[in-house]
Design a protein around this ligand. Structure first.
Ligand code: URA
Length: 234
């Protein structure tokens, strides 16, 4: 990998800043002052220091956001704030994007990454990664709804696979697990059984639960244990 790419991926400087840093002798590779920003280095072996501080390389980041209402699951939008605005400055250079989508009024667990393969894996309906939601309905759910969810549902543009509906002690509060993430899927499935969703929060993706201690609107990197839960091996 080129030295300037390595340094910018580490978040230590932008590519144009790297040029200046190299010029004034602030960058060393294995103890020797680097002469040019475009030299090739081995990111797994070479020790790169900027102004004496060693850099640790990471190509991909995996972040957890506790999404608040009012944000669009996108990287830019003309009319509304977007979830990437909530990403702290230290991750800005990774250019993360949301993994799948939550509606503007849905809260809870949203992952952000710059790893396209991971995104594809997590959002592919073929992988059967269930997404778990807590929903508050305008009417109590009924036992027969459980079977209707279990049988899957046909919609105009797709067929929802078998979904799990769990009714809590308060029957207007339910947990729903779906394997896909089609547009307004949970809301549409609830409408099919005659209920409107008045509050929706994603509480887990596969085996990964939302960290309930993460405040709404806050972002943090996934821990290594959490990444393993999702099948990513750091
Ligand atoms: N289903 C919905 O209806 N909305 C979401 O935000 C996610 C799933």
């Amino acid at each position: 990998m080129r030295l300037d790419k390595f340094i910018s991926n580490c978040g230590a400087a932008t590519r144009s800043e790297v040029k200046k840093l190299v010029k004034n002798g602030s960058v060393t590779v294995n103890g020797a002052i680097a002469k040019k920003p475009d030299i090739k280095i081995d990111e797994n072996k070479d020790v790169v220091c900027v102004s004496g501080a060693e850099l640790n390389y990471r190509e991909f980041v995996y972040l957890m956001l506790n999404k608040p209402k009012g944000y669009i699951s996108a990287t830019e939008d003309k009319h509304y704030p977007v979830v990437t605005e909530l990403v702290p400055e230290e991750y800005a250079h990774y250019n993360v994007f949301p993994v799948g989508r939550l509606d503007i009024d849905t809260e809870g667990l949203l992952l952000l990454t710059n790893d396209g393969q991971f995104d594809h894996y997590m959002t592919s309906p073929k992988k059967n990664i269930y997404k778990r939601y807590f929903a508050r309905l305008d009417r109590p759910a009924e036992d027969e709804d459980i079977e209707i969810f279990k049988n899957g549902m046909k919609f105009k543009e797709f067929t929802a696979k078998s979904a799990r509906l769990e009714i809590t002690e308060n029957p207007a509060e339910v947990y729903i697990e779906i394997a896909e993430g089609k547009f307004h899927q949970v809301k549409r499935m609830c409408e099919r059984v005659g209920k409107n969703v008045i509050y929706l929060k994603r509480v887990a993706i596969g085996s990964l639960p939302l960290d309930e201690s993460l405040e709404k609107g806050k972002v943090r990197p996934l821990t290594e244990d959490e990444m393993r839960l999702l099948g990513v091996y750091p």
